[in-house]
Structure formats: C-alpha cells, structure tokens
Design a protein around this ligand. Structure first.
Ligand code: PHE
Length: 339
C-alpha cells in the first residue's frame, strides 16, 4: 500500500507539472481527487491494511491529498497570470508609431469665389435663384430676343439634346423664368453651369460657369448698373480696382456693355494674367431690352431693368493666378489641395 501510494505520488506530481490549461487542471482534479478518483480508490483499499498501519497510511493519504491540492492551486494561479500577461502583450499599443494621416476636405476654388460673390450681392439685397441646365429653346433664345434665324445664335455653339431641348448656353434663361414668376421689384442672381460646343484649351471649356444677375424696378437706369457692378468689382478685386465699360452687343439688352477690371496682378501695366493688356474682361451686361420685358408681361413703359452675366471661371483663374481653366475641372487633388 505504501509503495502504491508512493508510486501514485510520483506519477501525480509528474502529471501535475505538465498541466497547461484550466481545463486540464480541472480534469486532473477529478481524475485524482474526485469521488471516483485514483486517490479515493486507494483509500477504499484500506480494508486490507493491518489495523496498526492504518493511521500511518491514512496520514500519508491525507498529506498527499493536501500536497496535490496546494500544488493545483499554485498551478492554477500561475496559469491565470500567464494568460493575463499574454493578453496584455497582445493588446500593447506602440504610442511611438506615426499616426494615420486624415486629410481635411475644402471648398473647390470655384465655390470659394462663388460664396464671396453671393455674399456681395446678398449685401446689396439680391436673392439667389436656381434654374435648369437642360433648357428649352424658348428660355435660352427665343424669349431673350434671339429668334430661330438670328445670327447671334452663331455666337454660342449649342448642344442640342432633343426636339426643342438643349443644354443652356447662358444663365440668361434665368432672367425669363424669374420675370415670369416674380413681380417687380426684382433683384436676383442665378449661378450655374453653362455649356457650349467649344474646343477645349487653356481658356475654353465646353462646361463653364456664369452668374446671371437681374434687377427690374421703376426708374432703373444705366447709373444703377454701373454703380452695382463697380461696387461688385471693387469688393472682389480690391478697392483700388479700376472698372471700364465698353459698348457691346447682346440681343436681350440695349444698350449693352462689356465690363473690364484693371488687372489685379500687375495693377494695369500688363502681365501674363491679363495677356499684356492691363485689363481683364469679367462680364457682359446691359439694360433689359423692352421686348424682353413685355414678353414676360412686364410693361416697359412702367418698368426698366438691367442684367449682367459674370464669368465665374475667369474670376477664379485671375484671382488665384491659375494659368489653365482645365485645372478647375480635372479635380486633381494635388491642385485642389492648394486652396
Ligand atoms: N448671356 C451673356 C453671355 O453669355 C452675358 C450677358 C448676360 C449679357 C446678361 C448681358 C446681360 O455672354
């Protein structure tokens, strides 16, 4: 019996050493110390032990049991702390690693300039309106005093979509839609994309941007037109800016002008931005033609007005010294990042 106990002790300690998980510890406990365990089985054999030896054997069994329980407990806590350390090691964060760079988006330069422009006109009491990019012949041409066979249609190469439907060549269509929907006094601007079948080069794009403006009220004169547009030019380009009005022609305005501002880059001496002329053309304008007014149900004897169409792309390229209009449409992030 003693030998059996000794053998079990050696065997159990060896097994215990090799245990490597909580589950194995639990299995071992049941196998050795449980009701049907090996040690318990040995105890059952006590009956065959001579009475005088029983206390000694009993003590040995108890000692072994105690020893195994203690060792199991130590083993369990060692395993638990090993597991914890391993988990902590796996969760370690290296705070010295470089962070992930997140780039912040920004407004496109066109929108940037447009927002300034809208602020300026809002401060002068203008509303901002919207209009469709696919227009009918009526709003884009007919109602603007450009009948079907009018030579002015050649000035704007048009993309036709279907019968009677085209991509607007000018935001001036918004003048008509506005006058049909509002009664004077009218003060609106309409920013938007326009389309012309132009060859693409550094200054031309088949898609570009205009901001239409329209004022209709009693007693509006060319002085109002000049005052508003001069004020606008100075706010956009700076107070020292000179403004020049040149006679021009548009079928829907009479008289018509084109407006140049002194080059903001060279101050009027001539440079790359103004192509050596000292001036930059930024818009077309004029007094709304009486025929356009009456076509929209506004009596030209009672009301008068002026309209203007600002080239937003030109405004943007000159302000930011962008040499090629195509850059505005390519959306190359390396370019856009600079604004
Ligand atoms: N629509 C004209 C153009 O595209 C500009 C313009 C607008 C002229 C309003 C006069 C009045 O060239």
């Amino acid at each position: 019996m003693k030998q059996q106990l000794e053998a079990l002790r050696v065997e159990a300690l060896a097994q215990l050493d090799a245990l490597s998980s909580q589950k194995e510890i639990e299995d071992f406990r049941i196998r050795m110390l449980g009701k049907k365990g090996e040690l318990t089985a040995l105890l059952r054999g006590m009956g065959s032990v001579p009475a005088e030896e029983r206390p000694v054997i009993g003590q040995m069994v108890n000692e072994l049991r105690q020893l195994l329980e203690e060792k199991l407990e130590t083993k369990a806590s060692v395993l638990a702390s090993e597991a914890k350390n391993a988990r902590l090691a796996a969760e370690t964060i290296d705070v010295t690693l470089p962070g992930e760079q997140r780039t912040v988006g920004g407004l496109h330069p066109l929108n940037n300039v447009l927002e300034d422009l809208i602020d300026i006109f809002r401060s002068m009491g203008f509303d901002v309106v919207d209009g469709p990019e696919a227009e009918t012949d009526y709003y884009n041409f007919e109602a603007l005093n450009v009948p079907a066979d009018h030579p002015a249609r050649d000035m704007q190469d048009t993309f036709y979509l279907a019968d009677n439907l085209l991509l607007r060549t000018q935001t001036s269509a918004a003048q008509i839609r506005t006058m049909e929907n509002r009664k004077p006094p009218i003060r609106i601007i309409c920013p938007g994309r326009v389309f012309r079948a132009d060859e693409v080069d550094a200054t031309h794009s088949p898609v570009f941007h205009q901001v239409e403006g329209l004022v209709v009220d009693k007693g509006i004169t060319m002085c109002d037109l000049k005052g508003v547009l001069e004020q606008f030019a100075r706010e956009i380009y700076g107070p020292q800016t000179k403004v020049k009005f040149r006679p021009s022609f548009f079928p829907f305005t009479e008289p018509s002008v084109e407006v140049d501002v002194s080059c903001s880059e060279c101050g009027g001496e001539g440079c790359r931005v103004c192509k050596g002329t000292g001036w930059i053309e930024i818009l077309g304008a004029g007094m709304v033609h009486p025929r356009v007014l009456s076509g929209c149900g506004i009596d030209p004897e009672e009301y008068s007005g002026f309209a203007f169409g600002i080239g937003l792309d030109r405004l943007t390229t000159t302000r930011h010294k962008i040499s090629d209009i195509r850059l505005l449409f390519e959306n190359d992030v390396r370019f856009l990042d600079q604004f």
